[in-house]
Structure formats: C-alpha cells, structure tokens
Design a protein around this ligand. Sequence first.
Ligand code: ADP
Ligand code: MG
Length: 452
Amino acid sequence: MDKKELWQKVLAQIQNKISSANFATWFKKTEIISKENKSITIAVPNSFAKEWLKNKYNNKIEEILENLEVDIKNINYTIKKTSNNETKNDRNETTEEELVGQLDFQEFKKDKDTNLNSKYTFNNFVVGPFNELSHAAASAVSKNPGSVYNPLFIYGGVGLGKTHLLQAIGNEVRKKFPRKKIKYISSEKFTSEVVSSIRNQKMEDLKSKYRTIDVLILDDVQFLAGKEKTQEEFFHIFNTLYEKNKQIIISSDRSPKSISALTERLRSRFEGGMIADISYPDYETRVAILKTKSKEKNLSFSEETLDYIAINIKKNIRELEGALNKLSVYKNLNNKELNIEKTKSILQNFVQSSRKKITPQKVIDVVIDFYDVNKNNVLSSCRRKEIVKPRQIAMYLLKKELELSYPSIGKKLGGKDHTTAIYAYKKISKKIEEDDNLEGEISLLKQKLASA
Ligand code: ADP
Ligand code: MG
C-alpha cells in the first residue's frame, strides 16, 4: 500500500468515528509525506493542528493502522512547507481568535440553493422543558410540511436556539422530501432583496421566485418592524404560499403581539398558526448541552468544569458553547488539564457579561431613557399622564425584576407611599393583559435592562 492509499484508508475510518466538523477542521489538509521503516510522517497545515492531532487523535490513528494491519511503530507530525505566495506567518501562527473560530464549526458550508447549514440538525438539538413545545412543533412540521401548523412561529431571546431549530426543520425536510424546494432566509437579507428588487424594478421576478417554494423559513422577523414596504411584499408572498398549503416557518425575538410596527394583517396572519416559545434552559439542560457540545467537538472536561460553566452562564446557549471553545483552546495550546482556578480566570469575561447586575437605578434610568422623560419629574409628585406612566412602569419593573418591597419601591421613586407602589404594580399588570402595545413596550424594556 503506498502512502497516499494508506492515508485515504485511515481518513475514511476516522471520518466514521468523529463529527464531520472535527474531521473537516483537523484532517482536511493533511497527508502522509513519508513512509519508511515502520515510521510515517503526517504533514499538517499549522502548529496548532500538529498539537491537536498529536494529543487528540494519535491513539485513534494508531488503532486504525493496527486494524488495517500495517506495521507502523512511529507516527511523526510535521508542518507542511509554506508555498511561495503565503508568508510563513500566515500558515504557522494561528491566533487564539482564529482557533476559537475553527472550533466553531466554520467548516460547514451553507448550501447555496436553500441557505441551509448542515450543522443544525434535530439530532444535535438538546430538548428540555424550556424548548419542548417549540421542538415538538418543529418536529411535527418537518414530518408533514404544509399540513400541521401553518405558519409555525417560534420566538425566544438571543442565542437560545431559534436559528438552530428553524434550520433543523429545513435539513430534515430536505432529507425526507428531497424534491421539496426549501429556502431559509434572514429577515435582513429578505429586506435587502426586496429593496433592491424595487430599485431595479424586478419585483415581479422576486415574487415569482418565491412562489415556487415549498418550505419558506424566515428568521428574525422582528427585523421587519417598521419596514412597511417589505412587510407588504412578504404579506403577498405569505398569502400565495399559504393558499397553496406551503409551509411557512418564522422566528422572532418576541411574540407577534409584541412586535411593534407590524402591520395588523401580517400580525394576524402570524397568529393564525402555531406560536411556540423558547425560554431559558434549566440547569440540567445546560449541563446536557455542554456534554453534547463537548462530545461533538471531541473535547473532554471534568464534571466540575462543566458544572462551573452551567452555574454561571444561564441565559444564552451560544455563550455556553463559547466558553467551551475558549477552554479547549487553552487546554490544547498548553497541553495540560484545567484546574478550577484556571477555568475561572479564563472564563472571567463570559461570566461577568452574563451576570450583569440589574440595579434599581438601572431600571429607573432605562425607563426614563425609553420614554424620554425628565428624571426629576418622574421622581416628583407630578400627575401629568406622560410622567405617571413611566413612573408606574418603573415601579412595576422594580417589583417584577428585582422583587423589591413596596415601601422601598416608593422610596426609590422620590419618597412615594407604599400604597402608590402597590397600585402601580397592579395597574400595570392588568393593563399588560389588555394592551398589546404596552406588553411590547415592557418586553423591550426588559431586553434593554438585560443588555444595559
Ligand atoms: P438564536 O437563533 O435563538 O439566537 P441559535 O440557534 O443561533 O440561537 O443558537 C446559538 C447556539 O446555541 C448555536 O450554536 C446552537 O447550535 C446552540 N444551541 C441552541 N439551542 C440548542 C439546543 N437546544 N441544543 C444544542 N445546541 C443548541
Ligand atoms: Mg438566530
């Protein structure tokens, strides 16, 4: 067996043993450059890959060679010589940022027709109480597009799996119904398509392109807020597809009710199907997600480390993943196990940012800024309507978000009586039920607080 053939065989087996992301990241540009006297030398593109193969995959490679019954006692790794048009630096020195990027499954390519990314599947989507409903609906839709829930509207905060779930539906449909035409598009991209079609007087072309789709997936629809022309075009496309029983799937960071500046007819279209939310993952699910991701990336961490991450990062699954990537890069570059102190120091930034503390002062400032009112007026006993509303909302949020006592809420708002705070809390709670706009405002305020 010559060296090329041998490596092909090894790669074929490795491919079966590890995730395709890892395979693409670590084995894509490798080859055996020499094979003599029971030794082989494997050439790799950079020093990082060299370390990684040596530490992580050497055993696997040895095992495979044994199975293939080739007698190799020594495996060496070497960095491929740089070609003329690349400087040495380009190839051999990879920065930490780049490495984190590599780990982040960048090797997956988007499919050009559908815009689907094959890394998002139901298989690697962890289900817990927080996303159960959305997952069940998504799974049902993928088995029977166009006939169960139409449209399917999934909403939830940033980094909680909306895009993953939407794309998983697309990938599943593609597998089950290869002839169906699927298109995934972000609302931003859709808007720019509409804008340029209008500019080039190609609106009809755009419409007829969309008319042929069987499964249309529109991500982050809140982005269409206030863009009336785009909404109108989407409304027409929606209706055409809907009437033909074509599946429409939409995501948003908030419920249809809370998307301000959404035309009424579009809102009622969205509300006509299935609406499912994704909330925050509980502790057990966070640990399960960390374990799944570690396995996917062929990384192993102690229970203590995973526990530390799960306890400290609660509201964003993307950050859970980011923490893992960061730790794995450290571990690999330094080639040693992490102790908990080191883990804490590496993750310092992550933990701080997800632990941003909401203070009473912040609540008041965010409300004042949002309604663009004068702080002194809000803290005074002014009874003007445009002042009373923000004051009551601030009181409501102090209760709801920080669970302050009514007397201390009164005090924070310029020394009001506790009965005023109780009244405000009850009033706003009741009004939210009746007034969609107010509900939307409160949900925006909460988001601002979380990111302030
Ligand atoms: P969103 O679109 O809601 O902002 P994404 O779908 O982009 O969030 O998810 C962020 C990251 O977290 C992605 O890498 C995704 O694969 C991962 N993720 C989210 N939810 C899950 C889940 N339930 N199981 C596994 N991975 C998840
Ligand atoms: Mg998304």
